[in-house]
Design a protein around this ligand. Structure first.
Ligand SMILES: O=C[C@H](O)COP(=O)(O)O
Length: 333
């Protein structure tokens, strides 16, 4: 996202000319606007519940949509037993996520994922392994996943990851600022993290499963965007409840409201528990409905996922060959 290739408008992973938007600079904190956010829980849940059946993608388009989903994956490993070797294998998969015969069959010259997402300690291995590709490294920072280490250390962690070559930083917010309704503190914290990111793009993880209500998800989304988040992201993948369609609807509408107010386009990243191709299609359909086609590109949309790629590859293989291969053949990602 932050590389010169994207800014210069060179070819992106899916072969289309990469578009570029002015980066969200954020605004002064307008806490009345944040507080004013609404979320009608029952209407939102009804809409999300009917989406997968109402919005099925036709068979001939499915492979194209699934390839688009691959280009938007932040291929992730965030485990205590991560090793440089595992990260290198993941990076090889990120640079060539699908077999060439499958790509040829669906008419795509090349394809990469959106980014590789790792802990700080794995940034150097990932940067090295992805050298010469267009795939950026994203680092989770700020005491991920709880975000409860001392604030100055959280900022240092961001700076270290950027210095080691991460071009995207996924920060976690302090959930307590939402739970205690201290919106100014949430704004100040997020703004300071954004400054620490410098040129690296910042994804603000709201940990929506811990925020209590959809209305507070909407409010936190607005505050994070006013503080300059380039993306708002649902979850760390470590909460009891991670990405959901209702939360997605709320966050997409917050992105739309913010865009109408400021002209800035903010990206969206659902993360955690998305491992099936058909779920990925539901998310893409919702993004298309709420924000339009412009958001179906890796500069404005990512899936945070450690095991979605394998299922998508399986479905595309089935589309091309008429057969399913065993899941273990697509073990990585
Ligand atoms: O940000 C990404 C998540 O940690 C990935 O979660 P997952 O392992 O459930 O796909």
């Amino acid at each position: 996202m932050t590389d010169t290739a994207h800014h210069a408008g060179t070819r992106s992973a899916e072969g289309a000319l990469a578009l570029h938007e002015p980066r969200n600079e954020g605004t002064a904190p307008d806490l009345d606007w944040a507080l004013d956010a609404r979320a009608n829980q029952s209407a939102i849940e009804r809409r999300a519940a009917t989406l997968p059946s109402r919005r099925s993608v036709k068979k001939e388009w499915q492979a194209a949509w699934l390839a688009r989903a691959v280009s938007c994956i932040d291929l992730t490993t965030l485990s205590g037993d991560d090793t440089p070797g595992r990260v290198r294998r993941l990076c090889a998969k990120a640079a060539r996520p699908m077999r060439q015969d499958l790509l040829d069959a669906i008419g795509l010259p090349d394809l990469t994922v959106g980014a590789v997402c790792v802990y700080h300690e794995m940034v150097p291995a990932a940067v090295e392994a992805l050298r010469g590709t267009n795939v950026p490294v994203a680092a989770v920072s700020t005491g991920f996943p709880a975000g409860l280490s001392p604030f100055d250390l959280r900022l240092k962690e961001i700076e270290r990851s950027v210095a080691e070559g991460a071009r995207e930083i996924d920060v976690v917010i302090s959930r307590r600022h939402v739970l205690t309704r201290d919106w100014q503190a949430l704004y100040d914290e997020t703004r300071t993290m954004r400054e620490a990111c410098g040129e690296a793009h910042m994804k603000a993880i709201l940990a929506t499963g811990e925020l209590g209500t959809l209305r507070d998800v909407a409010r936190a989304s607005r505050v994070a965007m006013m503080a300059g988040a380039d993306f708002i992201k649902t979850s760390t993948g470590k909460e009891a409840v991670n990405a959901t369609l209702p939360v997605t609807l709320v966050m997409l509408r917050a992105i739309r409201d913010y865009g109408e107010r400021t002209g800035f386009k903010v990206g969206y990243k659902p993360a955690g528990g998305i491992s099936k191709a058909k779920d990925a299609l539901s998310y893409l359909a919702l993004v298309k409905d709420e924000l339009g086609d412009r958001w179906l590109r890796p500069d404005l949309f990512r899936f945070g996922a450690s095991s979605l790629l394998g299922d998508i590859e399986r479905q595309i293989e089935h589309f091309v060959t008429g057969r399913y291969s065993a899941a273990h053949r697509h073990a990585m990602g």
